[in-house]
Design a protein around this ligand. Sequence first.
Ligand SMILES: C[S@@+](CC[C@H](N)C(=O)[O-])C[C@H]1O[C@@H](n2cnc3c(N)ncnc32)[C@H](O)[C@@H]1O
Length: 219
Amino acid sequence: MRTNEKKSLSLQYIYDTVIKEDPKLVWVRDRIQAADWPIHIAPEEGRLLQLLIRLGGIKKIVEVGTHAGYSTMWMAMALPTEGHVFTIERDKNRISMARETFLHFEEHTSKITLLEGKALDILGSLEKEGPFDMVFIDADKLNYINYLNWAEKNVRSGGLIIGDNTFLSGAVYGKPSTERISPSALEAVNAFNKRLGNPSMYCGVMLPTKEGWTMGVKL
Ligand SMILES: C[S@@+](CC[C@H](N)C(=O)[O-])C[C@H]1O[C@@H](n2cnc3c(N)ncnc32)[C@H](O)[C@@H]1O
């Protein structure tokens, strides 16, 4: 979701009635809006993450792509006290923003470990913390299939793997885009979606959110 987008009446209704965002999360969004790349999950996606965490008794999460920690906080807030989210970010400015975010949620800060660097360099050393209950992928599209390969090995059976932005600005279904989408990114995201749609490996679903959201429970 890009923060400046106008809300539809139906979304506004949802925000007014069912998803009342914590004021501190609104503060995080406002800071992202003022940043160089104003992008983060939508509040309804944050709530969906929380619902899945509670439903699945999820305790140990890996997130690829922290930005300022907006999605991280939605997840951390739904985790029990012994739960943990390991979140990975490579951009220095966003790492500083995320650190500031986490300090403002004192009661949840201890549930979060921010790992700095390129995800593919970090994931290997994270394996010792596994197996994980959930992996949330929201970073460079070129590596979506690599992240899925890693998640597949390090998520327990019955665990959940989620990828955001899996329409790749519509490229996966042939929509012309003003953004330049590399053929390798398109191939990676298509392979990601198809793998999660393989019924012998996952109970998968793709939700038609604005950006596309693909997830599957590992069988
Ligand atoms: C869409 S934003 C994440 C938004 C965040 N999940 C949220 O909803 O609040 C993607 C982030 O992934 C980071 N990123 C992209 N490629 C990465 C990589 N290879 N390793 C680590 N971080 C990466 C970017 O710097 C960016 O901050």
